[in-house]
Design a protein around this ligand. Structure first.
Ligand code: TZP
Ligand code: MG
Length: 230
């Protein structure tokens, strides 16, 4: 499959299947609802599931995201993405090397990389990352092993460094504690003179929401409004 020419990163849903966040709901139902609300890209993140179960769920999710014309990426588990044939993967700093992931996936797929510092961001760009997940912006109960909380100012600093080093074109989303209450602030304050965020990546703001479709719609409205120049 060809890499989607123009991926919309505005509202990037990262899934979490733990009871504390998903509750007793079905992950596929939540993802489907969020897509109805306007989620533009989905990352299936399951750190602990058995491989067979993860592949099975990834296939179901891919069927749903395809129906909505939205890319599905898999967190970390490149072999799963290859088997399912979805649009790509997201890898962290402590995961598989970018070059190895690219070798496994081939050129047509999306590889996103997490970056929490200027150095990490520039190295990911040099390696060939298709987009960056910048964070952790705010402390979050969803991921407790976050290395550093960089705040909107930290995001802005990284965006400036990207622009200054010729990487102004790489799509970026920010992640970590982002929700409907702070999306405007994050999108506005994270704007550096030459590079803006393309969207927000969220877990609990959608997965733990009473109404995931409404939550996604709300976030999309805020991101779209923030992207319109004053
Ligand atoms: N990476 C950095 S923070 C985070 C990940 C996967 C979790 C974000 O979760 P939430 O619920 O949107 O704060
Ligand atoms: Mg990872």
């Amino acid at each position: 499959m060809v890499k989607p020419a123009a991926v919309d990163y505005s509202v990037y849903l990262v899934t979490d299947s733990t009871p504390a966040i998903l509750g007793d709901r079905d992950l596929c139902d939540v993802v489907e609802a969020s897509l109805r609300g306007g989620v533009t890209i989905v990352q299936y993140r399951d750190k602990h599931g058995e491989r067979d179960t993860v592949v099975q769920t990834a296939r179901k999710l891919h069927e749903i995201t395809r129906r909505h014309g939205v890319p599905l990426l898999i967190n970390d588990r490149v072999d799963v993405a290859v088997e399912v044939g979805c649009e790509g993967v997201h890898i962290g700093q402590d995961d598989i090397e970018y070059s190895k992931a690219r070798e496994m996936l081939g050129e047509g797929k999306i590889i996103g990389v997490s970056a929490g510092s200027i150095d990490e961001a520039l190295r990911a760009c040099a390696a060939g990352a298709d987009y960056l997940g910048i964070g952790t912006v705010f402390a979050t109960a969803t991921k407790k092993d976050t290395k550093s909380i960089i705040g909107p100012q930290g995001v802005s600093t990284i965006l400036s460094a990207l622009a200054a080093n010729g990487h102004g074109g790489i799509p970026t989303v920010c992640i970590g504690g982002v929700n409907a209450s702070n999306t405007r602030q994050v999108m506005a304050q994270s704007v550096s003179p030459h590079k803006t965020l393309d969207g927000v990546a969220v877990v609990s703001a959608i997965v733990a929401a009473q109404d995931p479709a409404a939550a996604a719609r709300d976030l999309l409205g805020k991101v779209v409004a923030a992207k319109v120049p004053d």
